[in-house]
Write a protein that binds this ligand. Sequence first.
Ligand code: G3I
Length: 399
Amino acid sequence: MQKSIAFFALVAALPTAVFGQSQVWGQCGGIGWTGPTTCVSGSSCVKQNDYYSQCLPGASVPTTTTPPPTTTTTTTPPTSSSTSPTTSAPTTTATTGPVTNPNSVHQKFKAHGKLYFGTCSDSNRFNNAQGANITVTDFGQVTPENSMKWDATEPNRGSYNFGGSDALVNFATTNGLMLRGHTFLWAQQIPGWINNIKDAATMTTVIQDHIRTVMTRYKGKVYGWDIVNEHINEDGSIKSTPFTQVLGNDAFRIAFQAARAADPDAKLYINDYNLDSNNAKVQGIVRLVQQLNANGTKLVDGIGSQAHITGGQGSTAQAALTALAAAGVEVAITELDIAQAPSADYTAVVRACLNVPACVGITVWGVRDPDSWRASTNPLLFDANFQPKPAYNAILAML
Ligand code: G3I
């Protein structure tokens, strides 16, 4: 009896280790790892980061698996003389995602012609070994959940803190993950001093300085940026925020122009929630994008649909993405989470992006349920123990 229990335990452990060795694509080292540190024949243990080493095919593989860069890298420090970064900018280059696990949702999604399947992160998430492992092996893109927001990067005017955002960018570039930047003009998570600005000239300078300083620091490393976030009302009109109260719709032009000047190769996005069916808000954001891109000057490259949704809403995702794409820009699902994580809705959203040519990628808003901003609804693809949930397996099976 004891023997059969031991045998069952061994068989149960087969996907990860066989007789003390990890299989190809399995983990073989990293901080906190207590499993096998050697790989089965034909593969080698390669360090991906301090938290994760992986068995990669081949007897001898290079220490990095980053594909050739698609954008240029710069290490130019921020140009603002009032800037006081806490660390120097990361020096590695983000490209098109890790060449690692071909069975990851990211690689399978890419095989259909899309750019990435990613997640949000920050150091409080990837400092957890299991969280880092999943982010690197299952996903191919990261968006800073909080570390690039205005209150984090410029808490006092002209005084910058890049500790959190540098850590996230370093994590991404070290592991070959694509990056999205998030976010500049938003009514939330802005420092108090912005609320005190009441004149147009000062607000204009403040927006230009902030966007130029942050984007220049990470120039060439970020695929796309959410320049404007959550500025559309449900009826499609423009939201009143500390930025639009002072500048009206000019706030958008000023922000996008500053962003284009800072990193001409980056995709510039407008991002919002409740764009999950072809509704008045979708029509409103399409109108705004068309206005900003009129007269031959393309300011906006993409519309991000956050997609914080509930069961049943997956069914209208494709119509919504199609309507957004009618603005003549690319689209992306930028913060996907679905209350109770129904497989039918997750697969419907993924299929919607596959079916809409303008849709470039999907980002889920977190790895595991307890780390979600709406944790009580268990909306993500991994459970509290970092185990894949049915929705994750359903997406993999569909891809
Ligand atoms: O950093 C402070 C910490 O010092 C303090 O001790 C702690 C006490 O509450 O708060 C910490 O800040 C929190 C921050 O996340 C960082 O963890 C804030 O309270 C908390 O409100 C904040 O929540 C974030 C929220 O945006 C803020 O609006 C969520 O993590 C983040 O997932 C969420 O993300 C947004 C997107 O940016 C835009 N779209 C909607 C989405 C969900 O709300």
